[in-house]
Design a protein around this ligand. Structure first.
Ligand code: ADP
Length: 531
């Protein structure tokens, strides 16, 4: 797979991941909101139900109290009023499914109790005959209501009251059907309801829609406000993901966010590509600036080297020409003194003198022309020239495994010079240093350039960790045509000294104490003083 295709795939995968995250976040947030709403609805229904059940169970206490007073009034006599009142209570309150009057006898030493039916409404109602129940009722305080789950009844509970503290003791029992405590048809079918008494379930109705088991449903749990009937009301609202998240809405959000993200990614990609191409254009422009500078430097190097070459040749030829001229003059004089009249010889000697003078004049004119070529000084920031030259050469040096370190002092004054010529000087010095490092095969070659202020002058040191210059050769390195390289011209350092001296500066070479050569250039600081 190509790099481009790979990065496109990564890009698409990234967008998809963000999209899935967005949709998941939307689903989570909307589910959370729906869950909170369900919780609130359940609580509202729960409080209503709780109030209603609490009111209804309180009525049972009131009925029991009325019936107890009737039992006490009828003692030894008529039980008719009790039956009448009991029947009318059951008619109005069908959740009371039976009323029993019992006589409970406590037996010692077996510490057990028996219950004997005195009366039941309706007469054929099944009597709770549990001995444990009889004992529990006997233990109640007279006049105090208490609830029991009777194992002999499938559902429902018994509300009991001992009429009097005696043995045997009369007691009343209300048999209550909890299903009728609640108006089932008004109970929303999304509620699952349960009533517990003493930890035992006395009624339970599941919700119609079943929830998904892995979601914790909203719950409501509260004790009914009654001392005699401490029922625990438990409600639950089973939920499934479909209840919480609207599928159509989720699909709409997913589609919209996919389109939105796609557009966003598209514009992002466009912008990135534009930035990349702008970066490429900037790099190309920088490269062309660098190339232009390189070309300028190369041109200056050619022109200056040519000048230096001509100047060198002129210098070298001046001596033999002068000798030729003075020898020819001497020969002329000798001819005159000797009396030999050889017109042809005289003419030849005169021609020699004339031609030698002409050649000498030509050389002088050439040297004058070269040495008088005016520099083009402008105000120069030396650190910039140094770093520009370094930038130009860094790639080449890195390729040769040479590190170039700059240590540029801040706040140096400006100076007047031709920046291209200065670049040429530094270029020569750096190239020489690199050549010597290369020739000596130094593995970790380093060239250091430091600028600093020295009195009123700016000093530039260019040093290397190469083998240095042989002490005997040190005084000669600035001579024109002096070279130790097989293919060297010996013009570089001579040119450097010409260019530096032309702006009133100095250049010197020395060896570092720990090896390596160091060239020091000193230039006059400040504008105007161009030497
Ligand atoms: P070329 O580079 O053509 O030899 P230069 O005038 O630039 O001419 O250098 C003259 C000589 O000075 C070099 O041949 C070399 O022997 C010596 N030289 C210059 N720079 C260094 C240096 N950094 N380390 C050792 N020798 C150097």
């Amino acid at each position: 797979m190509t790099r481009d295709a790979h990065s496109r795939l990564e890009w698409i995968a990234g967008i998809l991941a963000v999209w899935i995250l967005c949709v998941a976040c939307y689903a989570a947030i909307s589910a959370n909101i729906a869950l909170k709403r369900s919780e609130a609805e359940l609580n509202e229904a729960g409080f209503l139900l709780h109030r209603m059940i609490s009111q209804r169970v309180a009525q049972h206490d009131a009925h029991l109290t009325t019936l107890v007073s009737l039992v006490l009034a009828a003692e030894g006599g008529q039980s008719q009023p009790l039956i009448q009142v009991g029947e009318s209570i059951m008619r109005f309150y069908p959740r009371i499914t039976a009323i029993h009057e019992l006589e409970i006898t406590w037996r010692e030493p077996s510490a057990s109790a028996d219950a004997r039916r005195i009366l039941s409404i309706p007469a054929d109602a099944r009597v709770p005959d549990d001995r444990l129940l009889a004992a529990a009722v006997f233990m109640q305080k007279a006049g105090e209501g208490k609830s029991h789950v009777d194992a002999s009844f499938d559902t429902g509970y018994l509300l009991t009251k001992k009429v009097r503290d005696s043995n045997p003791a009369p007691a009343l029992v209300l048999q209550i059907d909890p299903w009728r405590l609640i108006d089932m048809e008004e109970l929303p079918n999304w509620i699952s309801l349960q009533l517990q008494l003493d930890g035992k379930v006395v009624m339970q109705r599941p919700a119609a829609p079943q929830g998904s088991g892995w979601l914790t449903p909203p719950r409501f749990s509260r004790m009914i406000d009654s001392q005699s009937q401490p029922l625990l009301l438990n409600l639950e609202r089973p939920v499934s993901l479909a209840d919480l998240v609207d599928g159509a809405m989720l699909a709409a959000v997913a589609a919209a966010s996919l389109v939105g993200l796609g557009l966003f990614a598209y514009s992002l990609r466009n912008r990135r590509e534009a930035r990349l191409s702008q970066g490429a254009a900037e790099r190309a422009e920088q490269r062309s600036i660098l190339l232009a500078r390189e070309a300028r430097l190369a041109h200056a190097a050619r022109v200056n080297s040519l000048g230096e070459l001509a100047s060198g040749i002129a210098h070298e030829l001046a001596q033999p020409l002068t000798a030729l001229m003075s020898q020819s003059r001497a020969a002329e004089r000798l001819l005159e003194q000797s009396g030999i009249d050889n017109a042809l010889l005289k003419k030849t000697m005169a021609a020699n003198v004339r031609e030698a003078r002409r050649a000498g004049d030509m050389l002088k004119r050439m040297r004058d022309y070269i040495s008088n070529r005016p520099p083009k000084p402008v105000a120069v920031v030396i650190n910039k020239v140094v770093s520009d030259t370094a930038d130009l050469m860094r790639a080449d040096l890195e390729q040769r495994g040479i590190t170039l370190d700059l240590s540029l002092s801040g706040n140096l004054p400006m100076l007047m010079a031709d920046p291209v010529e200065l670049e040429q000087v530094f270029n020569n010095l750096i190239r020489n240093a690199a050549d010597s490092l290369g020739e000596a095969g130094i593995a970790e070659g380093r060239i250091t350039i430091a600028t600093m202020l020295e009195g009123s002058r700016i000093r530039i040191d260019i040093g290397d960790n190469g083998p240095g210059i042989e002490e005997a050769l040190l005084p000669r390195v600035f001579e024109t045509f002096f070279t130790t390289k097989p293919d060297g011209m010996g013009l570089g350092l001579a040119l450097c000294s010409t260019l530096i001296e032309r702006v009133g500066g100095q250049i010197e070479a020395r060896n570092e104490a720990d090896g390596g050569a160091r060239f020091t250039v000193r230039l006059v600081a400040g504008p105007g003083e161009t030497g």
